[in-house]
Ligand binder design. Structure first.
Ligand SMILES: *Cc1c(COP(=O)(O)O)cnc(C)c1O
Length: 357
């Protein structure tokens, strides 16, 4: 069955929903996808009519440029449902702006705002029963763009595909997270693509991360490529340090991703009267703070996990454990952010964006 929305989006509904087959109390992050997906092709210099179709495999030429030159960017966002079954996104325009910033760096054409916002709305409407109310439940949304032109010449593709797929998610808890401060490998460099959510940034981290895992750490905190003396961010999360009651985080740059969770937390912390210092954070000061007991917390911030407390870190063969706090910044900020996301408190910032009611 096909129909049109206000925006020119062509909708083909599934005839076989998978909803009943999914155990919502026991979800593996990013494994089960909803019934529909959004697809929009770019060719002849413009984005074509977007479509929503049943989720499923796509067919591409083996010579498609994405496979050879990694012209691919993505986003990560979430939809939340409140007790009235209203559905909200969190700062969605920022995700569109960022995917277009990432796209620009990878010579991919920008995606139109109306297609993005109306595409999301139509997709979430079709798959709204996949979004469960209750703190911790959400729908993880993965927009992405890939280069589809066939041909292995090393030049930008003339055709692209923009897609959005969605996966229901529970509260994301991975157990204790210990991190290793990077001493050799780098995630990004000056003038590079670290600020973009470009696919290759992530693939390149798997190997060094596997080495860290073999040493008993779950993740790496990347340091600046030049000196490895400044702490920058984790693989998919920005990173915060609490020294006494001061919150430290690195400034964004062309090496560091401008996280939406990060900037929201900075705002929330400042509004609570917390001293937030956005400045280069040195390995040396954090190691010293760990030694003299003034290092209270380290936590990651990103859409998937929201806030991920870190229990310890390793550096040059030494490991340091962080104290277990009764009331941490991490848990307070998480509560505050989730209250806005799940519509259980006022949103003084205008971050909550109702998509369905
Ligand atoms: C996505 C991502 C983040 C977090 O960004 P959010 O907008 O908060 O989800 C941080 N660092 C990197 C490298 C990322 O890819």
């Amino acid at each position: 069955m096909e129909s049109m929305t206000d925006a020119p989006i062509k909708i083909t509904k599934t005839t076989a929903s998978k909803l009943e087959q999914v155990d919502f109390s026991n979800l593996t992050f990013g494994k089960n996808f909803t019934d529909h997906m959004f697809v929009c092709d770019y060719k002849n210099g413009e984005w074509q009519t977007p479509e929503i179709v049943p989720y499923g495999p796509i067919t591409m030429e083996p010579s498609a440029k994405v496979f050879h030159y990694g012209q691919a960017v993505f986003e990560g966002m979430k939809a939340f449902k409140d007790d009235n079954d209203d559905v909200f996104l969190f700062r969605p325009k920022d995700n569109l702006d960022r995917i277009n910033k990432s796209a620009k760096r990878m010579a991919i054409p920008a995606f139109p705002e109306s297609y993005f916002m109306e595409g999301l709305q139509a997709l979430l409407n079709l798959d709204r029963n996949w979004i469960k109310a209750g703190a911790g439940n959400s729908l993880y949304i993965r927009p992405f763009v890939i280069a589809t032109e066939s041909g292995v010449s090393a030049s930008p593709s003339s055709s692209y595909r923009f897609m959005i797929i969605c996966a229901p998610a529970n509260a994301y808890y991975k157990g204790e997270v210990k991190v290793l401060f990077a001493e050799k490998y780098s995630r990004s460099a000056d003038g590079g693509v670290g600020y973009a959510k470009a696919a290759g940034n992530y693939g390149a981290q798997f190997f060094p991360t596997s080495l860290a895992q073999a040493e008993g750490f779950q993740q790496i905190i990347w340091t600046d490529a030049k000196t490895h003396e400044y702490l920058e961010e984790a693989g998919t999360m920005n990173i915060f340090f609490r020294v006494n009651d001061t919150l430290l985080t690195a400034p964004i740059s062309d090496r560091i991703l401008d996280g939406i969770t990060r900037k929201s937390l900075i705002q929330i912390a400042e509004d609570k009267g917390i001293d937030v210092q956005v400045r280069p954070v040195s390995v040396k000061e954090i190691v010293e703070a760990a030694k003299n007991g003034s290092l209270k917390e380290i936590f990651g911030a990103g859409t998937a996990a929201t806030i991920n407390p870190i229990s310890g870190f390793g550096h040059k063969g030494e490991t340091f454990d962080l104290p277990k706090l009764e009331s941490s910044y991490a848990s307070n900020f998480k509560k505050e952010l989730m209250a806005i996301q799940y519509n259980t408190k006022d949103d003084p910032y205008g971050w909550r964006h109702k998509v369905l009611s």
